[in-house]
Write a protein that binds this ligand. Sequence first.
Ligand SMILES: [Mn+2]
Length: 410
Amino acid sequence: MFAKNNRDKLYNLLPNSSIAIIPASSKALRNGDQYYFPFRQNSDFYYFTCIKEPDNLIVIYKNNNGDTKSLLFLYEPSEKEKIYDGYFLSPQEALNISGVDYVYKLTDFKKGFLEDLFEVSNEIFFCDNGAIVTGELKIITDTIKEKDFTPLKDLMTKIRLIKSDEEIKRIKKAIDITYEAFDLAISLIKNKAGEREIYAQLTAFYLSKEKSGIAFDPIVAAGKNAIILHYTKLLSTPRDNDMVLIDTGAEYDMYAGDITRVFPVSGKFSDKQRLVYEEVLQIQRTLIQEIKPGTSIKELNEKTLQLTGEALVKLGLLKKEEVTNETAIKKYYPHGLSHFMGLDVHDVGSKETILQPGMVLTCEPGLYIPEWEIGIRLEDDILVTSNGNENLSAHIPIYPEEVEKWMNVQ
Ligand SMILES: [Mn+2]
């Protein structure tokens, strides 16, 4: 069972006589009495419980003999909330979903027995991951923060970095849904849809699929808008000679996909577009091969800078003597190559993390050339394996002739 297996991973790392406290998120107020929708559970809390409802909390405990227990504290709705919002998990349902040892009411948290746990514990780990907490849950977390606690972050990172088969399955599913969304985007581009319509249709598509959602706000950028890395204005309509950059990902059962493709509106890249595209693609292909156990994102970044410098010289944008000039390169490539992905699209782990089998990261070089009004980024999702890697999004066309064919068969 997913949540139980994850708790076991934490049990293995917790010292004897310690407790770990992981709060869920609360709903985030948008304006007036309206909340941001859809609600998205805090990733760490979900990981240990499989519970997607807000305002709960889990305590994971290991005593001095190494015996372990998990205690879920469940939010109890008011009568008014029951009338307006209807569905809330019953203690039995919460027990079935999470497989924890005990379920209590959230309001029970302060009633003494936890104080006892604090007393017999040598160390309190608290998961302060920046999630929004309000009401009773905020009162509780504020109380914990007054105590002498160790952030759970380092243990959390260790555990979440290595994906289980189930997690990889979900990421693959998210990638497949994203692939379908690109099909939809192509048909919209061909029908002269604007950025906003493409964006709206992508998000609607993700939300319409079972167990699926939006991993992050899609980036849909036509022509020179693609130079803005996280373009969100969505005010343009692609012109016939433009390319459209789409950086998007579905979320499937809480796990993210994150893919970028670039499409020529006319169905055929111009010579100049193709020239830049081939350079980015070549860098991406080379760097994918470098992803394997033992290296790090930091090392991959260095290699990317080197190749990007060489590409820029080839394109005549940098002088030969600037080929290793980081500032000059960064003008056309101002971001990093990779980030880890999983429950969060930018998942736990750092540039210094040494890659190990089971880690999943993106590979996304790019070139952004304001003077040519061209922005290209190509992004795949890569699973590190014992003998190298597996490109989980290898089935989504990326070679220019494949992309042109993809656009022309639809
Ligand atoms: Mn990405």
